[in-house]
Design a protein around this ligand. Structure first.
Ligand SMILES: Nc1ncnc2c1ncn2[C@@H]1O[C@H](COP(=O)(O)OP(=O)(O)OP(=O)(O)O)[C@@H](O)[C@H]1O
Ligand SMILES: [Mg+2]
Length: 254
């Protein structure tokens, strides 16, 4: 469970997040959507101590992050990162490690899992994301969608209580999106908390319990996917989703 209260953050004096309040509960899937630059990645990074913030608090289970330099919050941040997995928007795989090496690195070096056990679990995870045949390949030898699936397997290898994913389907074809939804559904049944930034409407509709729309550092709209995505109340959400554009096209003769 993660609780966020009055979270605010500035970059070089410019507000990027302002007074964000949200609770993310076990078994719940939150889809974070909104226009580019609205603060989605920044919010996600604040949730596991990857980013410092200026006001409010972030509570992850028994640990509470306070405003100010996260690096100075030492052991608390390490405990949080161990429990909260992250899949980066740009994947950030270790270039000098194979697919399997990427997946086994943290369990061995952070959790102290033995090499043999880490390899067995890593192979099973790579199989789940359809990459058994590529476990010895280096990131530079993998396609974008393959790298994205290694990044997902790497996050799952730590058996996180909470999984934060930044556009996890951006490089996946529709079949792989479906496979990822199936895999995450199994983990949700075991009580995973999932927060995903996504532009993939199928991911939001099939998996999410609720949608948060972030714009200009504020949550401007929140609710079940069927309501927010099909019938948004806020003008900015309608514009972001492209609703209301069809008549405009018609007048252009399209
Ligand atoms: N390290 C940084 N230094 C200064 N400004 C930053 C930094 N990182 C992000 N920003 C700014 O903060 C704002 C929010 O960025 P963020 O990456 O959270 O947006 P986003 O909603 O994830 O966008 P996208 O959909 O394009 O990924 C943007 O205006 C961005 O330019
Ligand atoms: Mg982003």
């Amino acid at each position: 469970m993660i609780e966020v209260e009055k979270l605010s953050k500035r970059y070089e004096g410019r507000p990027v997040l302002e007074g964000i309040n949200a609770v993310f509960s076990p078994g719940e899937v939150t889809a974070l959507v909104g226009p580019s630059g609205g603060g989605k990645s920044t919010l996600l990074r604040c949730l596991n101590g990857l980013e410092s913030f200026d006001g409010g608090l972030v509570r992850v289970g028994p640990d509470t992050l306070a405003p100010g330099d996260v690096r100075a919050q030492g052991e608390k941040v390490r405990r949080i990162r161990r429990r909260v997995g992250f899949v980066f928007q740009q994947w950030h795989l270790f270039a000098h490690r194979t697919a399997l090496g990427n997946v086994t690195e943290a369990p061995m070096h952070v959790k102290g899992v033995g090499r043999q056990e880490a390899n067995e679990r890593g192979r099973a995870l790579l199989a789940k994301v359809g990459l058994s045949h590529r476990e010895d390949a280096y990131p530079s030898e993998l396609s974008g969608g393959e790298q994205q699936r290694v990044a997902i397997a790497r996050a799952l290898a730590m058996e996180p209580e909470v999984l934060l994913m930044d556009e996890p389907t951006s490089a996946l074809d529709p079949e792989r999106v479906g496979a990822l939804i199936d895999l995450l559904e199994q983990l949700l049944a075991d009580g995973l908390t999932l927060v995903a930034v996504t532009h993939e409407m199928r991911f939001a509709y099939e998996l999410a319990s609720r949608v948060l729309v972030l714009h200009g550092g504020h949550i401007i709209e929140e609710g079940p996917p069927a309501r927010v995505l099909a019938n948004p109340h806020h003008e900015r959400t309608r514009a972001f989703l492209g609703l209301g554009r069809v008549p405009a096209l018609r007048t252009l003769g399209a």
